[in-house]
Design a protein around this ligand. Structure first.
Ligand SMILES: [Fe+2]
Ligand SMILES: [Fe+2]
Length: 245
């Protein structure tokens, strides 16, 4: 179990892939003997929240319950950081591997080359689109709800924004298409046994896609099972006070 006293080095010894979660909070989590608490103190984050997130990634889904007790701004901050991490780190890394692979695959493999490039384009576009919808509509709506609860009265802009969206709309449109696409892509590619210089970038691509799928599944759980119930609770509190709906 990771706690706020666990060091960044120990976390990565427990599970190397957890470094990818830490990278949302620090540029270089490697060779760092400081504790989570120390990292968070310097940057103003909540160490208990980060420890719980790391435990969720480390196959302890029951810790998902714990996350529901953190404040909405803390949860939103994590989700926003994760979106940036996907756009700035994960997608460019996958793109780099695809480019490397294209250089070493020859004309005879034209069909597979086209297929990898096509899937890569689809994933890139769909991830960006999914994130854009949440960052432009859902997250601002949640921030406004949170702000409404601390306000004595609501201006017209806030009322319109709150009446124009809801947790229910988000829930209806949020699905696991991205995760399924990634799963299908890496399991399909894993069946190939490329030779020579193709082998290494091919394996790297399969592992990057698999790791991205796991990350996105946890991300969706955080949105649907941690954030969403909190948003519904906020909606009912705001409605009790301002009778908007
Ligand atoms: Fe998201
Ligand atoms: Fe999402």
């Amino acid at each position: 179990m990771i706690t706020k006293e666990t060091t960044l080095n120990e976390i990565q010894q427990i599970d190397k892939s957890l470094g990818l979660v830490l990278k949302r909070y620090t540029d270089n989590p490697n060779n760092d003997a400081s504790s989570l608490e120390h990292l968070c103190q310097d940057e103003g984050y909540d160490p208990q929240f980060l420890a719980s997130v790391l435990n969720v990634f480390h196959q302890q889904k029951e810790t998902l319950e714990e996350l529901k007790h953190f404040s909405v701004p803390v949860i939103l901050d994590y989700l926003t950081r994760t979106h940036s991490f996907y756009l700035e780190k994960r997608l460019p890394e996958i793109e780099q591997t695809v480019e490397q692979l294209m250089k070493v695959m020859d004309e005879e493999e034209g069909h597979l080359r086209d297929f990898i490039q096509m899937l890569h384009r689809v994933i890139k576009k769909d991830v960006a689109h999914h994130i854009q919808l949440e960052e432009r509509i859902f997250f601002p709506y949640v921030r406004t709800l949170h702000k409404a609860l601390c306000s004595d009265e609501l201006d017209n802009g806030m009322v319109q924004e709150l009446r124009g969206y809801s947790a229910q709309i988000f829930e209806q449109h949020h699905d696991d298409t991205l995760e399924r696409q990634l799963h299908w892509m890496w399991t399909y590619l894993a069946k190939f046994k490329p030779m020579g210089e193709r082998l290494s970038p091919f394996r790297i691509l399969v592992s990057q896609l698999e790791s991205f799928e796991v990350d996105l599944r946890v991300h969706s759980l955080m949105e649907e099972q941690v954030l969403l119930p909190r948003v519904m609770e906020l909606e009912s509190r705001v409605n009790k006070r301002f009778e908007l709906w």
